[in-house]
Write a protein that binds this ligand. Structure first.
Ligand SMILES: O=C(O)[C@H](O)[C@@H](O)[C@H](O)[C@H](O)COP(=O)(O)O
Length: 238
């Protein structure tokens, strides 16, 4: 199957690559250009990135890209409720792979604070306060996709999904049943307010998930649908 086999609506732009290396190269250029334009227009830039395995190469190559990183604020589309030194922490991943080299001067606004003495509800309240200080709209949000149709940490299996997707806040606390750790996630409201959204996916399995998300069905059952209904750029490679 190829991404061109999917019947994508006109508001979705699709960029398809024959290798992950080519995809990464093109995506780095796109992201760098978007951040530069934002800095040019309003003297600063803001971007939320996702965790997981897919963006690791992107983070590394972005970190090597010359840019006025001191004017860039990074945050996360979602994070696991873990200390940042934990290998599954998205904030830890961003610190170790993206906030390096040329990008070491960028600011990172973590969703989950690096401490375990607060309840998850207190963490959520503090995350909300921090996100209030990050420019809204964000210039760019890079999303990933799970094969259950989750994106960010909007997990369809979670008891919290309905309140998370309807939330008027910047972030929500979600505990998935099919994945480890409670999570803090940006809400659809905050993600949809961004100036631009990119979906970064690699592999045939993600294409099948995308195909099923494009078929009719409730958004809450495959939360990526909230974003497929709005302008989006998809970067895909096998
Ligand atoms: O922290 C997370 O789990 C994510 O941000 C999540 O939404 C991720 O993007 C997808 O699960 C895809 O993960 P992979 O890139 O590892 O397939």
């Amino acid at each position: 199957m190829k991404i061109s086999d999917l019947n994508l609506p006109a508001h979705i732009e699709c960029k398809s690559f024959s290798s992950r290396e080519e995809l990464t190269h093109a995506l780095v250029n796109d992201v760098a250009q978007q951040l530069e334009e934002a800095i040019h227009q309003h003297q600063q830039a803001s971007m939320a990135v996702s965790g997981g395995r897919t963006p690791i190469q992107l983070f590394h190559e972005l970190s090597l890209t010359p840019l006025d990183w001191a004017k860039v604020t990074l945050t996360l589309a979602d994070d696991r409720c873990l200390k940042h030194e934990h290998p599954d922490s998205n904030a830890g991943l961003v610190r170790h792979t993206l906030l390096q080299n040329c990008a070491s001067d960028a600011a990172l606004v973590a969703l989950f604070e690096d401490r375990l003495d607060l309840t998850y509800q207190e963490q959520q309240a503090q995350c909300e306060a921090r996100l209030n200080q990050v420019s809204d709209p964000l210039d760019l949000v890079i999303l990933g996709l799970g094969n259950d149709g989750h994106t960010a940490s909007l997990f369809p299996c979670s008891d919290d999904i309905e309140s998370a997707v309807n939330s008027q806040s910047h972030c929500a606390l979600v505990t998935p049943k099919t994945a480890p750790y409670s999570r803090l996630t940006l809400t659809p409201k905050r993600i949809l307010n961004a100036r631009r959204r990119i979906l970064h996916i690699c592999g045939e399995d993600k294409l099948l998930t995308l195909q099923s998300a494009l078929s009719d069905g409730p958004s809450i059952e495959m939360p990526i649908r909230f974003f497929l209904a709005h302008p989006l750029t998809i970067y895909w490679s096998a």
